[in-house]
Design a protein around this ligand. Structure first.
Ligand code: ADP
Length: 657
């Protein structure tokens, strides 16, 4: 077995590879860019070597620096993960030339599949079904246009050297053709340094199915079953499953056999994935990915195998651990990619500090995480935070289990898509396998979060804010001495912004504890047993018990209630009514804080409701309003001074009559 392994990657996949390596007693070496100096994958390795600045071309894509890091750390092998240099034949060759074991296929196998044109031509010759189109040598725009016209519309133009869904153009009418070819050529040249294009018939709503294959250096080949990755957004996979659902048995057998033919055809070694499109009648070869895929986890879940262990054994020269007959598949597994992007705002990538990231746990649930609470998501790389995978005896249970797990993933500080993914998993279209690769591009809106704020959630938000303001065991101002007796019910108002609308709620707290919540919409809820413990707020509201997970960060509040996630912002509290009850003209603050404004002076006459003092407490401003009309007799605190809880702030003489 290999003794030391450098992973030329970051995030969840680096952590994932280290886990298997550690179990096998292999010394682990991380590499990192400046943006990742404190990243989870760096913490997870035995050693870590800095590569360079944040941009990938100066770090994770820089072969020279990676090879130098391998030399400096005495690494025996390099695992490239996925993305970055994983499908770069030159890098695989450079590793071999430097005497390092490249954990992946030989450079010639990567090169064979590196061009979609070459791959497609070879596969057609080997009898694997391919989509009609053009994958020829004549690459001038006039020839391409002629070929495209004879292939018929609609069609898709792909950069031959492309990857990751980049640079593809769909052409639906003849009028668009010439411009699309010219644009595709320019993009292919600039993004991949190779302008060669492939044209093929465009299938409007196919499913994406693929087969995991494995080969060793002794000429053995197996497949580990199929997967479906049809839930995609802009050709990026989001939900993947194994096995592919609803495939006729005969077709599934042909699909798996075709994938093994593809691997054999190029003398493949290591883990690979053969990708196909399936239009409901036939499957067509699309490409082979010559690396470990993001979604390898669902295959692991249904086979019980560790694919990274297999890769390491094969790289060390061992034979495949199992024959085809010994490979057993059981149950169903689904993976969801949790990404730092905002489904409510066009899936804009989100970066920054993860104030909270708590991954789910539970029977049949696996998490491959690249980040945890307190980590920073850099904006230099892809947005994957981690993957949640659920296994169950059948598809329906696996989907329910995964949706529940995603609903129990708590992320704050950075926008993320886990609740959106959960809604897809719970949708009829997904459950009934009526989805295809175009589903999310045609109608992502149907999976949008509900924009209504249930009354109970609003009250829980107010309670969480209210209770956080007074630490457990603190003396309530309504119980403090100074001859103070409550003669008015204390009312505290909160306003929250949610989906661009303001929602007001007022808590009545006679004797200190919230008893009634009045909503601006007229609803009144009786409140009992309101508690805030850690990040959990609970209460009985109108005789029903409610509980929410909550996370507060300055004026931001996230509540997770059942399957819902609600992000609220406390509205400017200066506008809030903060009615403190008064006795013998003394006015008190219910919270310790700092005086930020005293808009009155001694001797001034005020009307009931006039602002007397503004106190900042718990990052909120509270206005102390006059409970009755009168004259200000004295003021005990000036602007900038601290006020202890329950202390009289000023005296107000009630107006006669
Ligand atoms: P890349 O190497 O850039 O990932 P692929 O050839 O694998 O490119 O295609 C990526 C995605 O584009 C597929 O998963 C599928 O969603 C879509 N796609 C590719 N070819 C076609 C086609 N002929 N018809 C419809 N969609 C296609």
């Amino acid at each position: 077995m290999i003794k030391s392994l450098l992973v030329a990657n970051r995030g969840e996949i680096a952590c994932r590879i280290f886990r298997s390596a550690r179990r096998l007693g292999v010394r682990t070496i991380a590499v990192y860019s400046d943006a990742d100096a404190h990243a989870r994958h760096v913490r997870a390795a035995d050693e870590a070597v800095r590569l360079g600045p944040a941009p990938a071309r100066d770090s994770y894509l820089d072969m020279v620096r990676i090879l130098a890091a391998a030399r400096a750390s005495g690494a025996e092998a390099i695992h490239p993960g996925y993305g970055f240099l994983s499908e770069n034949a030159q890098f695989a060759q450079a590793c071999a030339d430097a005497g390092l074991v490249f954990v992946g296929p030989p450079a010639r196998a990567i090169a064979a599949m590196g061009s979609k044109i070459v791959a497609k031509t070879r596969m057609r010759a080997a009898g694997v079904p391919v989509l009609p189109g053009y994958a020829g040598e004549a690459q001038d725009l006039a020839s391409l246009e002629r070929e495209a016209r004879s292939a018929g519309l609609p069609l898709i133009i792909k950069p031959a050297a492309g990857g990751g869904g980049k640079g593809m153009h769909i052409v639906r009418s003849e009028a668009e053709l010439a411009a699309a070819l010219a644009a595709a050529r320019r993009l292919a040249e600039s993004a991949f340094g190779d302008g060669a294009l492939l044209i093929e018939r465009y299938l409007p709503a196919p499913r994406h199915v693929e087969v995991q294959v494995f080969a060793d250096s002794h000429g053995h080949y197996v497949h580990l079953g199929d997967r479906d990755c049809s839930t995609q957004r802009r050709h990026q996979k989001l939900i993947e499953e194994a096995p592919a659902p609803d495939l006729p048995g005969e077709l599934r057998a042909r699909l798996r056999a075709a994938a093994v033919v593809v691997a054999r055809e190029i003398g493949y070694v290591s883990a690979g994935t053969v990708e196909f499109l399936y239009d409901g009648r036939e499957f067509y070869f699309m490409e082979m990915n010559t690396r470990l895929q993001v979604e390898h986890t669902v295959t692991e879940a249904v086979t019980g195998l560790d694919l990274v262990e297999w890769q390491l054994r094969i790289a060390a020269g061992e034979a495949l651990p199992l024959t085809q007959e010994e490979v057993r598949l059981s149950g169903h597994a689904i993976e969801a990619r949790v990404c730092a992007e905002d489904p409510a705002h066009g899936f804009l990538p989100s970066a920054g500090r993860l104030a909270l990231l708590e991954w789910p746990q539970g029977e049949g649930v696996r998490v491959d995480a690249g980040f945890e609470s307190g980590d920073t998501v850099p904006d230099s790389y892809d947005s994957l935070l981690g993957k949640v995978i659920a296994w169950a005896p059948d598809r329906e249970q696996a989907a329910a289990r995964l949706a529940t797990a995603l609903e129990h993933t708590y992320c704050a500080g950075v926008r993320s898509n886990e609740h959106w993914l959960a809604r897809i998993l719970r949708s009829a279209v997904f459950r009934e396998v009526r989805h295809d690769i175009a589903l999310l591009d045609k109608g992502a809106a149907r999976f949008a979060a509900p924009a209504q704020l249930p009354d109970e959630v609003l009250v829980l938000a107010a309670l969480a804010t209210h209770l956080a303001g007074r630490p457990a065991g603190a003396v309530s101002p309504w119980q403090v001495g100074d001859g103070f007796t409550p003669n008015l019910p204390a009312r505290i108002g909160y306003r929250f912004a949610f989906h661009g609308h303001l929602h007001a709620v007022e808590l009545e707290c006679p004797g200190g504890a919230p008893r009634v919540a009045r909503l601006a919409n007229g609803a009144t809820l009786e409140v009992a047993e309101a508690t805030l413990e850690g990040e959990s707020v609970a209460a009985r509201l109108a005789a029903r018990r409610f509980k929410a997970r909550c996370h507060r960060d300055a004026e931001h509040l996230v509540l997770w209630v059942g399957a819902g996630e609600y992000e609220l912002r406390l509205d400017d509290p200066r506008t809030q009514e903060f009615a403190a009850s008064a006795a013998s003209g003394g006015l008190t603050t219910p919270l310790p804080g700092v005086v930020v404004a005293v808009p009155v002076s001694v001797g001034q006459q005020v009307a009931a409701g006039d602002a007397l003092m503004v106190i900042e407490a718990m990052k909120m401003e509270h206005t102390i309003a006059a409970p009755y009309a009168g004259t200000v007799i004295s003021i005990h605190f000036a602007r900038g001074e601290r006020v202890p809880e329950g202390r009289a702030l000023l005296e107000l003489k009630r107006a006669e009559g």
